[in-house]
Ligand binder design. Structure first.
Ligand SMILES: Nc1ncnc2c1ncn2[C@@H]1O[C@H](COP(=O)(O)OP(=O)(O)OP(=O)(O)O)[C@@H](O)[C@H]1O
Length: 483
């Protein structure tokens, strides 16, 4: 594989048979942590050509330190992003800092360094991996479809993993500017941390760290970081906590449309009072797994504690988010599976009626067996008394009680969007909901659906149904069956 252009050797850059694509694949397989041994120094004129003369068509975005351009590096068949800084910093500005730090590390959840160039005015240009799917900020606050809970927790976990990698490097790297606009989304929709312009590498007692004035972004900045000596990895934990609150709520770190405008002052009291649903992005509502939401919200509140020592370390944050992500994923898979089943129920549904004391309920029921055709199990919803026994294989008839209206199950259109998934989820959250006229639903059928107390037998038309015993727990039933 040829190399784009190497015109000099520097302390960092050397020419040679360095293959970024190979390196990326290799390190991806390993997971993380392989340090690239060589960083390419590109010729400025080649970068100029690759960015179409730093044209506006190639402009990817602007930051406080400069502009970023898309570059087609044809010779090495690579699309990259070139960061062009505004000013020359003879003493070592953000660009030098970024090159110095990124040249020593590699991680699949970082926007990794490919090389650099120096322009005729001695300004340094940084060449990094190109991220085609914008920033996490755009995803959370843009006008497009907001990401659902599985994606949000996945993004959060990936950022936590990357920050933990930085903190566990030797010496540790403190990013100092963790925020949603510095989380870029790659071609596989993974989140990656970018922008190491403010990052510091070293132990807190090192001279460089001790003498660097505080910096960061308002809204994400640790309130306890007022002097160089206050800096520790826990400052990044604070910023990560703000990012997590942003991911949960969909609101900005500082947002004048809210009262109070600070996301910490707005969210933490709600979390402390147990109002986890109240801080969720209203566009998607709370997740179906209330416990996962609770864990994530409490974690965010711990990350933004004013006392740095009381904040968790990033390893703990990562582990907690891993559990949350697993739960969210499981819940989502269950919803999809339930949706399919409910879809099948509706296909063959017909109204059955049953009698319960002096009330009536009409239910839509499916045919005798609607479960997985593969395993032949009866797998639709049940009267959710978990102690239900088997008394037969036939589906009983339910009778309407009084003036009860017909409760129909519509097959959810899961292909549509998160809103439909949520509707399914809402049904699933009805753990041990009483079957009543207007709000509950039940799908009644054969095996496993009938208990000793006659609830099921009533469905066979032989006994009166005790309404108080007919509990519907669609989600729990399906969950049990899965186990
Ligand atoms: N590697 C990349 N691939 C694709 N687009 C990128 C890449 N790096 C940056 N961008 C785009 O360029 C924009 C500016 O990035 P930059 O890192 O300079 O600033 P920022 O982080 O948005 O702001 P600030 O520097 O003020 O913190 C980003 O918001 C993003 O849209």
């Amino acid at each position: 594989m040829g190399y784009f252009s190497c015109n000099a050797e520097s302390a960092i850059a050397t020419c040679g048979s360095y293959d970024w694509e190979l390196l990326t694949k290799k390190t991806r397989k390993k997971g993380h942590g392989k340090i690239p041994d060589k960083i390419t120094e590109f010729d400025f004129s080649d970068l100029h050509a690759a960015t179409n003369g730093f044209s506006s068509e190639n402009l990817l975005g602007k930051g406080s330190h400069g502009s970023v351009y898309k570059a087609h590096l044809h010779q090495i068949k690579l699309v990259a992003a070139v960061k062009k800084t505004k000013q020359t910093h003879p003493g070592g500005g953000a660009a030098d800092n970024e090159v110095e730090i990124l040249s020593r590390i590699y991680h699949p959840r970082l926007v990794n360094l490919l090389g650099f160039a120096v322009d005729p005015n001695q300004r340094k240009l940084i060449v990094v991996e190109y991220m085609p799917n914008g920033t996490l900020y755009d995803l959370l606050h843009g006008s497009g479809k907001p990401p659902g809970w599985v994606k949000r927790t996945r993004f959060a976990l990936q950022v936590a993993w990357a920050v933990q990698f930085l903190h566990s490097s030797n010496p540790p790297i403190i990013h100092r500017d963790i925020k949603s606009s510095n989380v870029l989304i790659d071609s596989d929709f993974n989140s990656r941390i970018s922008d190491f312009g403010l990052a510091l590498r070293g132990h807190v007692e090192d001279v460089r760290v001790k003498s660097t004035p505080p910096a960061g972004t308002l809204g994400y900045l640790d309130p306890g970081y007022l002097a160089p000596g206050d800096l520790s990895t826990k400052s990044d934990v604070f910023s990560f906590g703000i990012l997590l609150l942003e991911i949960i709520s969909g609101r900005n770190a500082i947002d004048m449309n809210y009262s109070p405008p600070s996301v910490v002052e707005w969210a933490v009291p709600a979390i402390k009072s147990g109002d986890f649903g109240g801080i969720c992005d209203p566009r998607i509502g709370p997740p179906d797994d209330a416990e996962a939401l609770r864990q994530m919200a409490v974690l965010a509140a711990r990350c933004v504690r004013s006392t740095a020592e009381k904040r968790p370390g990033m390893a703990e944050v990562k582990e907690c988010l891993k559990r949350v992500y697993k739960r969210m994923k499981k819940q989502s898979q269950m919803c999809i599976s339930l949706g399919r089943r409910v879809g099948r129920v509706a296909e063959v549904s017909r109204v059955v009626k049953y009698e319960a004391l002096d009330e009536s309920v009409e239910l839509v029921r499916n045919n005798t067996r609607t479960g997985s055709r593969r395993n032949g199990k009866v797998s639709s919803a049940a009267p959710a008394d978990p102690t239900s026994d088997v008394i037969g294989d036939r589906v009983g008839r339910s009778k309407s009680i009084g003036t009860a209206s017909e409760i129909k199950l519509q097959p959810p259109d899961l292909s549509n969007d998160h809103i439909n998934r949520r509707r399914v989820g809402l049904n699933m959250r009805m753990t041990t909901v009483r079957l009543s006229k207007s709000r509950s639903m039940g799908i009644l059928q054969g095996k496993r659906l009938v208990n000793n107390n006659g609830v099921g037998r009533n469905l066979m038309g032989t006994r009166k149904l005790e309404e108080s015993k007919l509990l519907v727990d669609l989600g729990e039933y399906i969950m049990k069956e899965k186990e």
